[in-house]
Design a protein around this ligand. Structure first.
Ligand code: FAD
Length: 147
């Protein structure tokens, strides 16, 4: 059974590109083997991640992620059964919110910055979908995150 999980968290340290690279490398290695796809958006010291896949697999990964000392204050924004994936082409893709068109950020938030703690789960999901669909997607090496 397919599910999608959406959560937010705060980085414990300022987000160095190498730290994001490490997380992405782990994800690109692990996620395809477990049928998981998704998006990891970061900015403003905050992570917003969508995970899609089998219910047990997504649960197991979320539990591992929640134990990760690199972030804290995890908030589950959405967990739902889905008919189809929204991010089928990405084992995990990284989006740097700081490089996204400000108008796109403002469309889904009150202050034009990534703040899923003050945004509805539906709006955060809509933001991720638009980032993936549009030209505002930024990744150092886009192919790296493809499944
Ligand atoms: P181990 O590799 O045994 O590591 C144990 C702990 O050490 C980790 O929980 C972490 O706290 C710490 N650690 C591991 N590597 C580093 C490092 N390079 N620098 C600093 N500390 C480290 N993993 C995925 O497979 N798929 C994902 O989609 C995914 N998304 C993530 C999103 C975020 C925001 C974060 C912070 C992590 C994500 N991870 C993801 C990584 C995940 O949290 C675990 O590190 C990974 O599942 C390995 O788990 P493990 O228990 O085998 O940890």
């Amino acid at each position: 059974m397919l599910v999608r999980l959406l959560y937010a968290s705060r980085a414990r340290q300022p987000l160095a590109p190498a730290a994001i690279d490490d997380i992405l490398a782990t994800s690109v290695e692990y996620n395809p083997r477990h049928g998981i796809t998704g998006v990891l958006c970061h900015g403003n010291g905050v992570f917003l991640q969508a995970l899609e896949g089998d219910r047990e697999e997504v649960n197991a990964l979320y539990q591992a992620i929640s134990r990760d000392a690199r972030h804290h204050e995890l908030v589950l924004l959405q967990f739902e059964e889905i008919v189809q994936r929204d991010f089928p082409g990405w084992s995990m893709v990284r989006v740097n919110a700081a490089k996204v068109n400000p108008a796109t950020m403002l469309k889904y938030s009150t202050h034009g910055e990534l703040d899923p703690y003050r945004t509805s789960g539906a709006a955060s999901l809509a933001l991720l979908k638009e980032l993936i669909a549009g030209a505002s997607l930024v990744a150092r090496n886009p192919e790296r995150g493809r499944s």
